[in-house]
Write a protein that binds this ligand. Structure first.
Ligand code: E4P
Length: 219
């Protein structure tokens, strides 16, 4: 399972890139706004900066709600960087836009997916990847991970090539469970990436190794 960073924060992306394990980035209008990124030109400049740091797909979301607007935005975003995934929401207008953009060979990240049926429809329309939102389902008392498991199992059963990206990840256990469920990608916020690195026994073990080394007379 690949690890993407779910952020528009350049410092976080730079650090993720230095770790050598982050192979893509997902952004959305909320994440961009959080970083003070505004307007199409501002979003584009930020996405270009991200693409300079990460040699993998960068997801960029449209803000139109009608198919015509999404298609125009998608075609524009496709010119911004070498490897864009245009984020289109799982709506009626979204599916119309996905089918047109996919025919143009533009890569689509079908976002805001909250049901198996939305995933099936998006795959038929031509989504490159579908993003079930785990945390937001958990928030309303539904088991978000079950959605990931169901989509993966149905896509495997019918040999559907659309990838599955676990999104709206809130903690490290979500990531472990997404991997066990067969997700192709998990897109994680930076603090979750840090949680994934940490284990107290690693810290204790390292301190003890170094103490023993020093006790034996090594500088
Ligand atoms: C995915 O691509 C989205 O940007 C993201 O995972 C949304 O997560 P949230 O529920 O934490 O906003």
């Amino acid at each position: 399972m690949k690890i993407f960073l779910d952020t528009a924060n350049i410092d976080e992306i730079r650090e993720g890139a230095e770790l050598g394990i982050v192979t893509g980035v997902t952004t959305n209008p909320s994440l961009a706004a959080k970083e003070g990124i505004g307007g199409k030109a501002g979003y584009r400049a930020a996405v270009e900066e991200i693409a300079d740091l990460i040699d993998g797909p960068i997801s960029v979301e449209v803000v139109s709600t009608d198919a015509e607007g999404m298609i125009a935005e998608g075609r524009d975003i496709a010119e911004w960087i070498a490897n864009p995934w245009v984020k289109i929401p799982s709506t009626t207008e979204g599916f119309k836009a996905i089918s047109v953009l996919a025919r143009d060979d533009i890569k689509i990240n079908q976002t805001l997916c909250f049901s198996v049926n939305q995933a099936i429809l998006g795959a038929q329309a031509g989504s490159t990847v579908v993003s079930p939102f785990i945390g937001r389902l958990d928030d309303i008392g539904q088991e978000g991970m079950t959605l990931v498991e169901d989509i993966v199992s149905i896509f495997r059963q019918y040999e559907i090539p659309t990838l599955v990206m676990a999104a709206s990840i809130r903690h490290a256990l979500h990531c472990t469970m997404a991997a066990k469920s067969g997700a192709d990608i998990s897109t994680v916020p930076y603090p979750v990436l840090k949680q994934m690195v940490q284990h107290p026994l690693t810290d204790v073990g390292l301190a003890r190794f170094l103490q023993d080394w020093e006790k034996a007379g090594n500088a």
